[in-house]
Design a binder for this molecule. Structure first.
Ligand SMILES: Nc1ncnc2c1ncn2[C@@H]1O[C@H](COP(=O)(O)OP(=O)(O)OP(=O)(O)O)[C@@H](O)[C@H]1O
Length: 276
């Protein structure tokens, strides 16, 4: 790989993995992952259930031990204290752990923790950052609600707000829109895209919706069985025959003005045909 950390005159990568491997429950799940993500890129991690997308995001966040070489924001997650890591990388998990009794505002403000001095308290700036993110995610009217009483979609937006309140360099999103209605899907992804374009935020997002992945990410990394099986533009990766091979799905890939659209195609009983 070119452009490694420290190469003169080259912007260091936001994420670099060389030969990354990881196990869950003693079983190898990721094997030989090579990945280089430039600052400000939006990479969608796609692949079937169990392919290893969540495990890879967790390895990048330092939540799952890994082998090989990994740097995120120039830091090695396995060698860096959680607090220092959290100033650089934020993970929006698929299923957030919610402490009992916590309100939306309290949970979003927890995202500021890595920036609050040890033994200190949050500043007016910390509260302003959290309030602004909540407003942009349509959460202000829920500010005093208990998080455990939210709908799945509301909870997902709170999880994203907490991650964004961390003001990370690298944002890891695990299925960020899976519980959202179509309006909030666009609102959330537009917000992330706005922060990427304005602030150079790097986004690595596991996404099941291939159409949304193609519309928002310039690059798709397709995982299957713990390995990268395709890495390129949406047009290069989202080919009907590839989707059939990896997902066992019949789809039509449509070239629309807003980007590619991946449409499931139902085979009709008795016609014996496989679309694609
Ligand atoms: N804590 C765990 N203990 C044992 N096995 C695990 C654990 N977490 C994940 N796995 C296994 O690791 C493999 C990869 O899981 P992972 O969650 O990374 O996949 P994924 O691509 O994110 O899947 P999905 O699209 O279903 O969310 C799966 O076979 C899963 O069953």
């Amino acid at each position: 790989m070119s452009g490694g950390v420290g190469a003169p005159g080259v912007v260091p990568p936001a994420v670099e993995c060389v030969g990354l491997g990881a196990s869950r429950g003693g079983v190898p799940v990721l094997d030989g992952i090579d990945l280089l993500v430039r600052p400000g890129e939006w990479v969608a991690m796609v692949g079937p259930n169990g392919a290893g997308k969540t495990t890879l995001l967790h390895a990048l966040a330092g939540l799952v031990p890994s082998t090989g070489t990994v740097t995120v924001g120039g830091l090695d997650p396995s060698q860096t204290a959680r607090r220092a890591m959290s100033r650089v990388v934020a993970l929006m998990p698929q299923r957030p752990v919610v402490p009992e009794g916590v309100t939306v505002t309290e949970l979003v403000r927890l995202g500021r923790t890595p920036h609050v001095p040890r033994f200190g308290t949050e500043s007016a700036h910390d509260r302003d950052v959290a309030d602004e993110i909540m407003a942009r995610l349509d959460l202000t009217r829920l500010a005093h609600r208990r998080v455990t009483a939210l709908s799945g979609g509301e909870l997902q937006r709170v999880g994203l707000a907490r991650a964004l309140a961390q003001e990370p360099q690298v944002l890891l999103l695990d299925e960020p829109t899976s519980a959202l209605d179509i309006g909030h899907q666009q609102q959330v992804l537009d917000l992330v895209e706005g922060m990427r374009a304005a602030d150079g935020l790097t986004v690595v997002a596991a996404m099941h919706d291939l159409t949304l992945a193609a519309q928002y990410a310039r690059r798709l990394v397709l995982l299957d069985g713990g390995r990268v099986v395709a890495d390129g533009t949406p047009r290069e990766v989202l080919q009907a025959k590839t989707i059939d091979r990896v997902y066992g799905a019949r789809v039509e890939v449509l070239d629309r003005p807003g980007g590619l659209a991946v449409l499931p195609v139902r085979s009709r009983p008795g016609d014996g045909s496989v679309a694609g």
